[in-house]
Design a protein around this ligand. Structure first.
Ligand code: EPZ
Length: 428
């Protein structure tokens, strides 16, 4: 078992480079399968979800070369009927295989996805989209079986703004006959990134980044090169950590526009944030104001930063209310933060934070990826040692976390506990 040991109380100082976006990477990799030639994806983050996806593709017969921060994917040898094994359960984004395989072969047999436990995460809108394009969809003992003689463009209204459903419909519609229009589409930068890759492959997608996306089906897609956008959630996590530890951190390789809602919220709290072309500097202050945070689809405040910003608000004066409008039960970090001295109660889909807490280190467990990020921020702020378990969640989404935090002056190390009872330490 591995633990993260954090000695808190030191302000983060220095410069950190933001990696490629996880939630783009896990959509771009299956998107590449649609091409009739090799696709090279650059600026890939070195995280577990990317590694698992590479393995999945190989098991399905694709040629995959994965080196450092790039991957070459050739989907031509792919076997259309082979079903990926249990790995699909290891990540949420395996659901993009539905859209990619349906778009490429007119059929797909892929298990239901896994991912963080954030309460109910239905996929009805994905299915509604595939059906509108002419696919027959059946759930056979936990495996989604999709079949279409010929996919045909359609007008699809999404009842809820969904990142996954928007991307999946784009994937399936790219090679469909005729035009597909997605209304009430999600506008996340990751959707624009996927549309950019598909267009570079020869697709005809217009409107990505707005709430109406038009996809004119094409017959053929070819290989290309693509560089992934920076991870706005990783960037936001470091911004919050810098503010919470009253540090001074410059983030490199960011698109400040993608972080507007986060920057605005931090400024409201009293944090100094300076933006330049592709850098953001965050200067922490002694005193912070309580604010309310409501998560919503992009360009609103991201649900993926709701848990980390809760920690910053434990350091503010007054009561803050955080409402998660995307995931009603994304509050599994709260009990752990309470054990560290925070005063937070959960009321329905809101967390009510009484600020001014003096956090202290203790043993805590990450229940999901961003809960883990929140507990790391708490550990950096707390007095004494925090021992964090559940690192498998954090490894899914943060590249070189220990290295990056250490370079900012944090005292963080990974400890491997062997069954022999002896402890070994290493940092990575
Ligand atoms: C993506 O999940 C991200 N994951 C999540 O990242 C992120 O929290 C989420 O978007 C919201 O921004 C990936 O990109 C791999 P949704 P996704 O479909 O696509 C409901 C992280 O920490 N809904 O936009 O699965 C759903 O329950 C994570 O990096 C339906 O009701 O999210 C939710 O309430 C975790 N039916 C809302 O819509 C559906 O068919 C938005 O979900 C689909 C979604």
């Amino acid at each position: 078992m591995e633990k993260l040991i954090i000695k808190g109380g030191k302000p983060l100082q220095g410069t950190v480079s933001v990696s490629g976006a996880k939630n783009s990477a896990v959509a771009l990799i299956p998107a590449a399968l649609l091409a009739d030639g090799p696709v090279v994806i650059e600026n890939l983050p070195h995280i577990q979800d990317v590694g698992i996806y590479a393995e999945l593709l190989k098991e399905m017969g694709a040629d995959v070369l994965y080196e450092d921060d790039w991957m070459e994917i050739d989907g031509r040898p792919l076997n259309p009927v082979q079903m990926p094994n249990g790995k699909v359960k290891k990540l949420r984004a395996s659901y993009y295989l539905w859209g990619a395989l349906l778009g490429k072969f007119g059929e797909a047999r892929v298990g239901m996805p896994g991912g963080c436990d954030l309460g109910p995460r239905p996929v009805d809108l994905h299915i509604k989209g595939f059906q509108a394009l002419g696919a027959k969809v059946e759930n056979q003992n936990g495996m989604l079986v999709l079949k279409a003689k010929k996919l045909k463009g359609a007008r699809i209204y999404l009842d809820l703004v969904s990142v996954g459903a928007t991307i999946n419909i784009m994937l399936a519609a790219t090679r469909a006959e005729g035009t597909t229009i997605i209304e009430n589409a999600a506008r996340e930068p990751e959707i624009v990134d996927v549309a950019t890759l598909l267009n570079n492959m020869g697709a005809n997608i217009k409107g990505a980044g707005t709430d109406v996306i038009r996809i004119k089906g094409v017959d053929k897609l070819s290989g290309c090169r693509h560089t992934i956008i920076p991870d706005r959630i990783e960037a936001g996590t470091y911004m919050i950590a810098a503010a919470a530890t009253r540090g001074d951190v410059t983030l490199e390789n960011v698109i400040p526009k993608h972080l507007e809602s986060v920057t605005a919220k931090l400024r409201e709290i009293g944090v100094v944030v300076e933006e330049a072309d592709d850098t953001i500097r965050v200067v922490g202050q002694e005193k912070y104001r309580a604010v309310d945070v409501k998560t919503s689809p992009y360009p609103g405040f991201p649900t993926d930063l709701q848990q980390p910003i809760t920690v910053l608000l434990t350091q503010a004066k007054g009561t803050s209310i955080l409402t998660d409008n995307i995931y009603s039960a994304r509050f599994r970090h709260v009990d752990e933060l309470r054990r560290m001295g925070a005063s937070i109660k959960v009321e329905g889909r809101s967390a009510v934070v009484d600020g001014g807490a003096r956090l202290h280190g203790t043993k805590v467990v990450a229940s999901d990826l961003r809960a883990g990020a929140a507990l790391i921020v708490a550990g950096l702020v707390a007095n004494g040692l925090t021992e964090l378990e559940g690192l498998e969640h954090i490894d899914r989404g943060y590249e070189n976390l220990v290295g990056k935090l250490t370079s900012l002056g944090a005292e963080v190390l990974r400890k491997v506990t062997r069954d022999t009872g002896r402890n070994e330490t290493n940092t990575r």
